[in-house]
Design a protein around this ligand. Structure first.
Ligand SMILES: C[S@@+](CC[C@H](N)C(=O)[O-])C[C@H]1O[C@@H](n2cnc3c(N)ncnc32)[C@H](O)[C@@H]1O
Length: 204
């Protein structure tokens, strides 16, 4: 009797993953996603329309907490509304105050903080972050940061005063003791129109 042979044809689909270099803003989220875990305490230093606050609130979950700062009531209202729409208000405190006053509100160690320097898009372009208050806040955060925790600054500098802030922040970042922090600078260097710079300060 003739033996029947079952032939299984295996079709292997080739999965090709293409890595594209990310914008500074997208790269900030990639870094946060890697570092922030459920239950962590984190800071959004420049709430604006609340995009980073929402992203962080979803990462920390109900056991964690996000402290979100902005000096403009318009920004804190937009952020609070976004937080409520996505039902993450339990783990979020939106604060209408400057990030330089951080230590009045945040008492526990933090895993991450994010700044988007510059002005509120579609808001008043004259209300911008300032080097003195930005650096005061960064220095407070460096003390509160847990080992391996990260402070990210996405620096927009095309507006009046922006270049001075960029220079002062970069000068400070370069002076940080390498035994205490690893400091990364990320930027497309062949783009016109002042592409944003990402700085990441990771505690060792
Ligand atoms: C580039 S926007 C932030 C955009 C925001 N991350 C978003 O997702 O929409 C910068 C924000 O920083 C705020 N700001 C300026 N100085 C500040 C300060 N000292 N403390 C906190 N926020 C400040 C501005 O009001 C503005 O809303």
């Amino acid at each position: 009797m003739k033996k029947q042979v079952n032939t299984t044809v295996i079709i292997k689909s080739r999965m090709v993953k293409i890595l594209k270099l990310q914008s500074a803003l997208n790269f900030s989220h990639t870094l946060l996603k890697e570092i922030v875990k459920p239950g962590d305490v984190v800071v959004d230093a420049t709430a604006g329309k609340g995009n980073d606050t929402l992203f962080l609130a979803q990462l920390v979950g109900e056991r964690g907490h996000v402290y979100s700062f902005d000096i403009q009531a318009q920004a804190t209202q937009l952020t609070q509304r976004l937080v409520e729409q996505h039902q993450v208000e339990q783990q979020t405190t939106v604060i209408n105050d400057g990030h330089e006053n951080l230590t009045n509100y945040v008492k526990s160690p933090i895993t991450a903080a994010i700044f988007n320097l510059g002005y509120l898009p579609e808001g008043d372009h004259k209300i911008v972050t300032k080097p003195q208050t930005t650096l005061k806040s960064v220095q407070s955060m460096m003390k509160l940061l847990k080992p391996n925790g990260i402070i990210i600054l996405v620096i927009y500098y095309g507006h009046p005063g922006g270049k001075q802030e960029k220079e002062q922040v970069l000068q400070f970042a370069k002076s940080i003791d390498q035994h205490q922090f690893n400091v990364l600078q990320y930027q497309f260097i062949n783009q016109i129109h002042e592409p944003p710079i990402l700085l990441a300060l990771q505690k060792r």
